[in-house]
Design a protein around this ligand. Structure first.
Ligand code: IPM
Ligand code: MG
Length: 398
C-alpha cells in the first residue's frame, strides 16, 4: 500500500487498535505530541498548513495529536538570542514527532556565526540522533505538463532516497578556514565514516528495501575516495551476510545523477551518504515537478519500547524571495506530515488517504506558482491546502 510499505515501529510497541469504526486513537486513548518549528522564510507558512491538515484528522478521524509551536532561527534569535531554546532542544528528543519548516536566508545570516554553528538544524539532527533520512520521490501524472522530463519517464516513479544524516562531510573533523603564516587561506572539511555508521544506515536501507521492491542502489564515489571504498565494502558485506534476498547494485554518484534523469524508474531504494543524498534528492525533485512537492522523514534507531525519534521536514529551503507572500507550495510540508501519520502516529491508512487527497487536488488542476508551468488554476498556499482538505472530506464521506 503506502509509499513506504514500512513498519518502522516494532509491532510490540503498538497497542492493538480497535477495528470496526475506522476511528483511531479514540478508543485506545492514544495521544501524540508534536513540536512544530516553523523556522525561517516560508517555513512557518507551510508548517501552518500541515497543522490545518492535522486538525482535520483530529476532527474527522479521531486522531489525537497536540502540536506545540516553538521558535527556531532568526525569529528565535530576535526573541531570545539563540537559534533554538535549550529547553525546546531537550524536548525534541521526548516528543513523538518534530515538524520542521525551513532554515536560512538573509535574516538568519545576520545571526553571529558561532551561534548559528552551535544551534543549527544540523545540531538538531545530531541531537535527535535521526541518522536515517527518507526522501520519497513520486512521479505525478497530474503534473506531466509541468515537469521538464518526458511524461513516460516520470510516470510510475516511486523511489525512496535513504540519506545518511548524522555523519560524513557535514560533521567530519577537522573543519574550518585557517590563515597560514604566508597569509593564504585554507578551507578544510573532512569526509569521514566509521564502520558502525555505515552498517547502521546500510541495515536500515536493506530492511526498507526488503519491504518495498527488493532492489537497492548504493551510491558512492569509490573510484576516487577511500572513505567510499570502505562504504562499498561494508554495504556489500551486510547485503551478502544479512540480506541475500535483496538485489544490490553499486553506482558511482555522477553516473547516478545522470541515470535519475535518464530513467528514474530503474530505482527502488537509493542509499547515499549525507552530501550525495542532499544533492541527489534535489535533483530527483525534478521528477516530482518542484522541490516544493518533496517531503522527508528522519528517524533514529528504536528505543527499548520500539519508538523512534522522528523529524519531519519538507525538502525545500526557506525560499526568502517568496516568503510572506502566501504563494509557497505547502505540499512538501503536508506530505511530510503524511509521513508522520505513517511512521510516528500509527496511522498508515490515514497517510494513504492524505496522499490520495494530494493527487486529487493536483488532478483538479490546483497549482501554486512553482508547479504552474503546465497551466491550471493559480492557488495561494492556503488555497492549495483548502483543495487537499476538500479531497480529504470527499474521501472520508465516500
Ligand atoms: C536539506 C538542506 C539542508 C542540508 C541545509 C539547509 C543544511 O539542503 O535538508 O536538504 O544540506 O541538509
Ligand atoms: Mg538539500
Amino acid at each position: 500500500m503506502g509509499i513506504l510499505n514500512l513498519l518502522l515501529v516494532s509491532p510490540a510497541a503498538i497497542p492493538e487498535r480497535c477495528g470496526g469504526d475506522g476511528l483511531i486513537g479514540e478508543d485506545m486513548g492514544l495521544s501524540y505530541r508534536m513540536i512544530v518549528l516553523g523556522g525561517d522564510g516560508i517555513g512557518p507558512e507551510v508548517t501552518a498548513e500541515a497543522v490545518r491538515v492535522m486538525d482535520w484528522f483530529g476532527e474527522h478521524r479521531g486522531l489525537d495529536i497536540t502540536a506545540r509551536h516553538e521558535l527556531y532561527g532568526a525569529a528565535a534569535y530576535r526573541a531570545h538570542g539563540a537559534v533554538i531554546g535549550e529547553a525546546v532542544m531537550a524536548d525534541l528528543r521526548e516528543v513523538d514527532a518534530v515538524l520542521f519548516g525551513a532554515t536560512g536566508g538573509p535574516d538568519y545570516d545576520e545571526i553571529p556565526l558561532e551561534i548559528r554553528r552551535r544551534d543549527s538544524l544540523l545540531r538538531i539532527r545530531k541531537h535527535m540522533a535521526v541518522f536515517a533520512n527518507l526522501r520519497p520521490v513520486i512521479g505525478y501524472d497530474e503534473l506531466a505538463d509541468t515537469v521538464s522530463m518526458k511524461a513516460e519517464a516520470i510516470s510510475g516513479v516511486n523511489m525512496m532516497i535513504v540519506r545518511e544524516l548524522n555523519g560524513g562531510i557535514y560533521f567530519g573533523q577537522p573543519r574550518g578556514v585557517t590563515v597560514s603564516a604566508n597569509g593564504l587561506e585554507r578551507g578544510v572539511n573532512t569526509l569521514v565514516y566509521e564502520t558502525p555508521e555505515i552498517e547502521r544506515i546500510a541495515r536500515f536501507a536493506f530492511d526498507l528495501t526488503k519491504q518495498r521492491g527488493g532492489h537497492l542502489h548504493s551510491i558512492d564515489k569509490s573510484n576516487v575516495l577511500e572513505c567510499h571504498q570502505l562504504w562499498r565494502r561494508i554495504v556489500t558485506r551486510i547485503g551478502a551476510e544479512e540480506y541475500p534476498a535483496v538485489s544490490l547494485t553499486h553506482m558511482i554518484v555522477d553516473n547516478c545523477a545522470m541515470q535519475i534523469i535518464r530513467d528514474p524508474k530503474q530505482f527502488d531504494v537509493v542509499l547515499a551518504d549525507n552530501m550525495f543524498g542532499d544533492i541527489l534528492s534535489d535533483l530527483a525533485g525534478a521528477i516530482s515537478g518542484s522541490l516544493g512537492m518533496l517531503p522527508s522523514a528522519s528517524l533514529s534507531l528504536p528505543d527499548d519500547s520500539g519508538r523512534r525519534r522522528a523529524l519531519y521536514e519538507p525538502v525545500h529551503g526557506s525560499a526568502p524571495d517568496i516568503a510572506g507572500q502566501g504563494i509557497a507550495n505547502p505540499l512538501g510540508a503536508i506530505l511530510s506530515f503524511g509521513l508522520a501519520l505513517e511512521l510516528s502516529f500509527n496511522s498508515p491508512g490515514e497517510a494513504e488517504m492524505l496522499r490520495q487527497a494530494v493527487h486529487g487536488a493536483l488532478a483538479a488542476g490546483v497549482r501554486t506558482p512553482d508547479i504552474m508551468a503546465g497551466g491550471g488554476t493559480a492557488a495561494s498556499t492556503a488555497e492549495m491546502t483548502d483543495a487537499v482538505l476538500a479531497e480529504l472530506q470527499r474521501l472520508h464521506d465516500a
